[in-house]
Design a binder for this molecule. Structure first.
Ligand code: NAG
Ligand code: NAG
Ligand code: NAG
Ligand code: NAG
Ligand code: NAG
Ligand code: NAG
Ligand code: NAG
Ligand code: NAG
Length: 465
């Protein structure tokens, strides 16, 4: 059994809201144990924030450094898949295209691992019991991950609260130094059955994996006790893959340019494109459309400067719409626990909608009915965080509010591809269109009728529109 599942760890760390629990209870930053991978994944809640795991799958490799390159001369062509999960009961009412099931993709990554799995995650929670919830929707998670292997696990907790006054909100995996996963899903059973998630898996790209490994390593070293943030970061953390010099690769047969962004800025060497900069240049570079799906859009700071105005992304969107007649669609999510403080800002963007004046900004709210699942906290929401324009696809892990780019750790994959009906870019575009025109997407004027959305009590009445 895993050493980290100690009652001491669980005591006093209720997961009432992981976002509120920015406490700094320190956890021994390195524990080694022999374990089956299944135990690793069914270990339940690790109710501290900012978890890194490094799993060496084959015991004999434990003294070796990480393996980045596969060391063979033959050309292995990389592939990409869009991965998604849908809350139980979500039904588009017609046959629609969807990504590969996230849970299947995770199982596939685990079963393909032969050397090492590195996981950066906000927190872990893999059973209903851990949050005192009875739900059969957690059973596929503990019961299916039954693969048994000898492995060695090292865990570190990065105290971002102390380092940047933020949190480690990144969610990514690196498998055997060649496959990577980046997406919105936390290591939480609810991500697989009760929350709508979107991510990307790239197989067989050791170059991209090695690049993401640098970000993992930056967390790993700051996960040492009393660690401080290097300034500047040593040259090992420099990257030669960024917005100016993206990686050229043939992804599932489509010529592509890719790079990985990071936040916060103090974790980025100069050569790493910052997450916010990538978003802004995607918005500024769009000529035709900008489609955004984010859990939360809040042009202010919540934690650092309480409610300090931060219109950086909002200005860029408005400028593209007003100055260049780019069509902007913003799909935000709303659930029972959504913070109503975002609502005035959402309405103000929607108020600009005026096609007759050539201002094509449209806002919709995605609401997933809680139905008979309302006993499960922090579920039944669209947790997606992506952007697709006529030029690029961006899949990230951050909400669009100030703290996420300034103090909180997040990553994103930015991709531009040759036009092709089967490219990831086109798939992401189709996913956005599917959701935008679905029964779960509502114009603001209709929200007063939608009871599973925290905005409904403050929604404008119909005569106002
Ligand atoms: C990765 O490359 C290997 C070796 O060429 C191949 O067998 C495997 O199918 C590839 N994986 C994917 C998911 O494309
Ligand atoms: C969950 O259900 C079991 C029996 O089905 C019951 O004994 C237990 O008290 C329930 N727990 C909660 C938190 O409702
Ligand atoms: C960390 O810092 C504290 C106080 O600054 C000190 O007491 C402690 O010994 C340090 N721990 C390590 C492992 O350096
Ligand atoms: C990209 O890969 C596909 C097969 O995966 C191949 O048919 C195509 O020729 C490749 N394109 C280039 C430019 O290498
Ligand atoms: C602005 O874009 C819309 C399509 O989004 C188009 O119908 C309209 O003609 C464009 N207006 C101008 C002035 O280019
Ligand atoms: C919950 O509702 C769904 C349909 O809305 C139904 O199929 C399912 O049986 C219900 N589950 C329980 C435990 O009532
Ligand atoms: C950001 O997203 C999380 C879920 O990922 C949500 O619970 C939270 O309220 C959001 N907003 C902020 C500012 O943290
Ligand atoms: C970002 O964080 C820095 C400290 O790291 C702070 O000085 C600055 O005011 C913050 N900016 C915003 C917009 O919150």
């Amino acid at each position: 059994m895993l050493a980290f599942r100690s009652s001491r760890l669980l005591d006093g760390h209720e997961l009432t809201s992981p976002y509120k629990s920015l406490h700094d209870s320190y956890v021994s930053n390195r524990r080694d144990s022999k374990c089956p991978v299944s135990a690793l994944l069914a270990a339940g809640c690790l109710l501290v924030l900012g978890i890194l795991l490094a799993v060496a799958v084959i015991e004999t490799l434990k003294n070796e450094d990480r393996i980045h390159e596969m060391g063979s001369g033959c050309v292995i062509s990389p592939s990409i898949v869009l991965v998604e999960s849908f809350p139980l009961g979500v039904d588009y009412g017609r046959k629609v295209k969807a990504g590969v099931n996230l849970f299947e993709a995770w199982k596939d990554l685990l079963s393909s691992a032969s050397k090492q799995i590195d996981v950066a995650s906000f927190y872990w929670c893999l059973t209903g019991e851990d949050i005192s919830v009875n739900s059969s929707s957690d059973t596929p998670v503990p019961s299916t991950l039954t693969r048994s292997l000898d492995c060695r696990v090292q865990i570190r907790r990065v105290n971002f609260g102390r380092l940047t006054k933020g949190i480690l909100h990144s969610k990514f995996w690196i498998v055997d130094g060649k496959h990577v996963y980046i997406g919105s899903a936390n290591m939480d059973w609810r991500a697989l059955t009760q929350v709508k998630e979107l991510g990307v898996v790239i197989y067989n790209s050791s170059a991209l994996a090695a690049d993401l490994q640098k970000i993992f390593q930056s967390y790993w070293v700051t996960g040492r006790s009393n660690a401080s943030i290097p300034d500047p970061w040593p040259s090992d953390y420099d990257t030669d893959i960024n917005e100016e010099r993206p990686l050229l690769l043939n992804l599932s047969g489509v010529e592509s340019k890719a790079y990985i962004t990071a936040s916060p800025p103090v974790f980025c060497p100069d050569s790493r494109t910052r997450d916010l900069d990538a978003i802004l240049s995607a918005i500024r570079g769009a000529q035709d459309f900008i489609h955004v799906a984010v859990m939360e859009f809040y042009p202010a700071s919540k934690f650092f400067h309480h409610h300090g105005y931060w219109p950086v992304i909002e200005d860029a969107l408005k400028r593209s719409a007003v100055d260049r007649n780019v069509s902007v669609c913003l799909l935000v999510s709303c659930g029972r626990e959504t913070d109503p403080a975002v609502w005035p800002f959402i309405r103000s963007l929607d108020a600009l909608h005026s096609p007759s004046d050539n201002i094509n900004i449209a806002v919709r709210v995605f609401v997933i009915p809680a139905g008979n699942q309302s006993h499960i906290p922090y579920s039944r929401v669209n947790h997606n965080k992506y952007l697709v324009t006529d030029k690029v696809a961006y899949v990230g892990t951050s909400n669009w509010s100030a703290d996420y780019f300034n103090t909180t750790a997040g990553v994103a994959l930015v991709l531009s591809q040759d036009a092709s009906g089967s490219s990831f870019h086109q798939q992401l575009r189709a996913v956005f269109d599917r959701d935008w025109s679905s029964r779960y997407s509502h114009p603001l004027a209709d929200l007063h009728r939608i009871h599973d959305c925290a905005f409904s009590t403050s929604a404008p009445s119909q005569h106002e529109t």
